[in-house]
Design a protein around this ligand. Sequence first.
Ligand SMILES: [Zn+2]
Length: 375
Amino acid sequence: MRFRTGSKFFVPALMGCWLATGGSALAQKAVTASDDPIAKVLKKKKTTDIAGKAVTTVKPKPKVVDRGIPNEVPLPARKLFGYLQSPAPMKASSYGGYAKGCMSGAEEMPINGLAWQVMRLSRNRNWGHPVLIDYLKKLAVDVQQKDGWPGLLIGDISQPRGGPMLTGHKSHQLGLDADIWMRSMPSRRLTYKEREETAAPSMLSGKISISKTRFKPGNVKVLRRAASSPLVARIFVHPAIKKAVCEATNDDPKRESWLKKIRPWWGHHYHFHVRLKCPRGSRGCKNQRPVPKGDGCGKPINDWFAMMTRPPRKPAKPAVKPTKPRKPRKKRYLTLAKLPKSCRRVLSYGRHKNAMLFAKGVGENVTLPVRRPVN
Ligand SMILES: [Zn+2]
């Protein structure tokens, strides 16, 4: 079904033509068929309606693109992508940047595997580019078999078609980012409820120091293995974790190649965030700049600590009362128009019912299907 954003204008225009030409069926047809000579004349000329008033017939501009999703859906793109429950069954590809893009042909990370379990199943964010899903499966098995780690708890990856999310995460839009818990996988299979409610323990004690009881040598081994893959662009961890990894690997002369990819960032104290480079064949996928040279230990990490421990600035002088009331700032959000063009196709592929409802502006009322419990 095609949806015309210009239909408000289209109906009165059609009525005007119908009356001016005596209401023949030909006239109705003439307006809709663009190559009809009568339509061409009507399009240009001013005609009169039954009361003798001038009526200008304006042909509405076609605003429909790519299988029915209007060009300018004013809704935030997160509302279009956030409710889709299935991937776009196309060739696997990532489009755009990590925080402004989408993905086609996503693969689902199985919720239970040989050496992993997926957490927070109700979010339906265990979808990724097949290259990422393969990477995660292999990493889980390798850390279990080669590093003696009990297995991985997998957090958020991406939505079935990537894109911006309704809550949390600015990135994770391309199916190339994955959060992995620092806590190891328990030996038994967790229930659906446990996967929803089990808290992810922080590796910090206090604000900036690492907990020696929770952050174990095994965590360093997992991070080293995760970062050593040539597929990986970056891994984000809390600065205190980066410092702990630096200290634990001081005697490794070859550590720069993988340690440089482990980047300190805010948050990330209960999980680490793996980001893969754009896979081959993903045209339109934008890589970030490569990480700078050096292992990132020493000065860079000390600068982070200096920033985190800096005393808060003195409160500014009380502001002078503004004479005019300020206009409330408009909330900025990503709309479909700001994402790569391919994302419109990804969104509408298969004419997804929910996407169409949202495109018509009635999506607020859609209730989400709840995912079935695993056990
Ligand atoms: Zn993340």
